[in-house]
Design a protein around this ligand. Structure first.
Ligand SMILES: [Zn+2]
Length: 478
């Protein structure tokens, strides 16, 4: 194996390791524009699988649409809080060709305003509700902070769901349904455990009535927001005048939600599951679930073994994403290393011994373990292994998350634990107090669980000592 191929950095040097893994496994590369990465085939394939699988879950209820990339300034400005929240990171188009534009166009930071300025054309009566649409697209946020591939960038890919309802309660229910759907999806497909709940007033989406979130913990003990779902109530329908005629003949404002997750999830996958050798991909979203590597020493063996490789590939292809590595210029050892680095969950090795004995060597990436199986057992073995690897990755990540949740009874304990993971603490809910915590510790309120959120112990706010409104998870975050 050439020195250039393997990952040199150790995972304990997370930042360096992460960058090397992203580049060497060819997930992504840097572009000439700061904060904008090139999604290479390997990461784009992961994203496409995420999209496909999530689409299967929602397609009966939600229709796909595409709205323009550009949002006229006056439309983006219409909902004051929303605009205020986004304006520091909006990229503007001010010229077209040789001439200045009469009105600046924002490159969408999110599409609430462009969609809501149109949507009343589709909503006339209660019969048109609920209306649910989703858009898979790119968005631009002009970050000034340090950027990191997938985790923080100026342009990223995501979906945004937008729904319209007759009542506040329906919107509230929709918001929760979607965040639970995200939790389930991210846990089951990406094997990333998350905590679901509310955002605080201070951390909620600009313009939302309520924001819910799913949060996970990365190996450097920083929290990562993996998806959000907002109840917008009638905040936007008021300014965009989105009315429907109800059963009683009266014109009423619609209630809305929006929700989304992004290519950030790919960054979380890399960081959470990877090891010193590189990526470890959960089978459900791995572009290749199985790689077959032939081992031979002369032309005659090669022909026999290639034939077997093709046979096995064709059999497994019916159900799995399989690649046979038939490159002749590389040794089996080189191929093993490369596919291990790329995190392919299962490797099948076929050599003359296997051919003779009607056996196969099966290697699993998550445990780096080999076993010899009978060829006739192949399909049932792969079935079991796929499930096992998927749940093993989740369980490992869940253990890490659970082991890094601390409880702080006072601010001393809070400061002591905050660089080690999530800290559960009582909070008064006051924005100034929350800001003060951020100032003092760089930690923010990440999530307030839906049910389990009553203050504990002395029921006093961890910083100011006032009566606490809830207990919440705090952490430093990406
Ligand atoms: Zn307080």
């Amino acid at each position: 194996m050439s020195k250039e191929l393997g990952i040199k950095a150790k995972k304990e040097n997370l930042s360096e390791w992460y960058e090397e893994v992203v580049l060497k496994t060819q997930l992504a590369d840097y572009s000439p524009v700061k904060g904008c990465i090139i999604y290479l085939p390997y990461s784009y394939a992961i994203w496409n699988l995420i999209k496909e699988e999530f689409t299967k879950i929602i397609k009966d209820e939600v229709s796909e649409v595409y709205f323009p990339l550009f949002i006229p300034k006056k439309i983006l400005e219409k909902e004051a809080k929303h605009f205020e929240g986004f304006s520091p990171e909006v990229a503007w188009v001010t010229r077209g060709g040789d001439s200045d534009l009469d009105e600046w166009l924002a490159v969408r930071p999110t599409s609430e305003t462009i969609i809501y300025s149109y949507i009343s054309k589709l909503i006339k009566s209660y019969r048109d509700l609920p209306l649910r649409i989703i858009q898979w697209c790119n968005v631009v946020r002009w970050e000034t902070k340090a950027t990191k591939p997938f985790l923080r960038g100026r342009e990223f890919l995501w979906h945004e769901g937008h729904t319209f309802h007759a009542t506040f309660e329906e919107a509230e229910e929709e918001m929760k349904k979607r965040i639970y759907q995200y939790k389930d999806f991210v846990e089951r497909y990406l094997a990333i455990p998350v905590i679901a709940g509310y955002k605080s007033e201070y951390e909620k989406f600009a313009g939302a009535h309520t924001t819910t979130t799913i949060e996970t913990l990365l190996p450097d003990f920083k929290a990562l927001q993996c998806g959000t779902s907002h109840n917008l109530a009638d905040n936007f329908s008021k300014v965009f005048e989105i009315y429907f005629q109800d059963k009683d003949g009266k014109n009423k404002l619609v209630f809305q939600t929006s929700w989304g997750f992004s290519t950030r999830l790919i960054g979380a996958l890399v960081m959470i599951h990877g090891d010193d050798k590189g990526l470890i991909l959960p089978p459900k979203i791995a572009p290749y679930q199985i790689v077959i590597v032939p081992i031979y020493y002369n032309e005659e063996e090669k022909n026999l073994i290639f034939q077997k490789v093709k046979e096995i590939e064709n059999k497994l292809k019916q159900k799995y994403r399989v690649i046979s590595d038939l490159r002749e210029e590389y040794t089996p050892g080189y191929k093993f290393n490369e596919w291990e680095m790329k995190g392919v969950p299962i490797r099948i090795e076929i050599g003359m011994n296997e051919l003779k004995n009607k056996t196969l060597v099966i290697h699993r990436r998550d445990e780096m373990k080999k076993e010899i199986i009978k060829e006739e057992e192949l399909e049932s073995k792969i079935n079991t292994l796929i499930e096992e690897i998927q749940s093993n990755l989740f369980n490992k990540a869940k253990k890490f998350l659970d082991e890094h949740i601390y409880v702080a009874n006072n601010f001393e304990e809070f400061k002591e634990k905050i660089d080690k993971g999530f800290v559960i603490a009582n909070h008064c809910g006051d924005q100034d107090c929350e800001e003060k915590i951020k100032e003092l510790t760089k930690a923010t309120c990440r999530v307030i669980e839906f049910d389990n959120n009553k203050p504990f112990g002395d029921e006093k706010c961890v910083l100011c000592g006032k009566k606490a409104k809830y207990k919440a998870y705090f952490a430093r975050a990406y």
